[in-house]
Design a protein around this ligand. Structure first.
Ligand code: AMP
Length: 215
């Protein structure tokens, strides 16, 4: 089974993709994570992407399309994957259709995580993660018990994404409504679009997604 999670930045796509990975064995394919890894490693792609990501703009389509095309050929993706953060515009959605058709791969569900725009800035600007174990936290909703220390593994390497600032979040949200939201009718016409309430508690969202995937 291959699925797409669609929703604005801060909707909880990454969290849910990880839960789907654990429960259904579908590999999480996050173009954001892959690009951040390229930036951290200082590869050619990383050098091109760094400034664009810091501004909250979209990295060129040819870069993300070829990253995804290569990645879904790998062995671990053969039993299914969850696309998280891809496609983000019409050109990427069309490239994905062509790629899947060429590889003879189907797309079963596109799940939209619906979230009120006014909570997103607070959700995003408050979030941080442990650089060592990946646990996620939030200044207001889920702070660490002891300042500066990860509850899960005790590491002091707590990090914020450089693009999680109030200013960049606003441009990421604008890019979402201009470029990505128009994909909803595109997948709606293919009759594979489903919706979940992304405002619900994390476990309740996971439950709604589970019912779609288990049906
Ligand atoms: P994310 O982690 O999904 O919020 O992505 C972080 C940033 O990476 C985005 O703001 C873009 O600059 C870049 N990015 C991630 N996925 C894509 C994509 N599919 N197309 C273009 N840029 C992307």
């Amino acid at each position: 089974m291959n699925i797409i999670l669609l929703g604005p930045p801060g909707a909880g796509k990454g969290t849910q993709a990880k839960m789907i990975e654990e429960k259904f064995g579908l590999v999480q394919l996050s173009t954001g994570d892959m690009l951040r890894a390229a930036v951290a490693e200082g590869t050619e792609i990383g050098k091109k992407a760094k400034g664009i990501m810091e501004r909250g703009d979209l990295v060129p389509d040819d870069i993300v399309v070829s990253i995804i095309a290569d990645r879904i050929d790998e062995d671990d993706c053969q039993d299914g994957f969850v696309l998280d953060g891809f496609p983000r515009n019409a050109a990427q959605a069309q490239a994905l259709d062509v790629m899947l058709a060429e590889k003879g791969i189907g797309l079963q569900h596109v799940i939209e995580m619906k979230v009120d725009a006014d909570v997103l800035v607070e959700r995003i600007t408050g979030r941080y993660t442990c650089g060592s174990c990946g646990a996620g936290y939030h200044d207001i909703y889920k702070p660490v018990a002891k300042d500066g220390v990860c509850d899960n593994c005790g590491s002091e390497d707590l990090k914020r994404r450089p693009d999680d600032t109030a200013e960049t979040v606003r441009s990421r949200l604008e890019v979402y409504s201009r470029e990505t939201e128009p994909l909803l009718p595109y997948y709606g016409e293919k009759a594979i679009l489903r919706q979940v309430d992304g405002m619900a508690a994390m476990d309740a969202v996971a439950q709604s997604i589970n019912s779609i995937l288990a049906a």
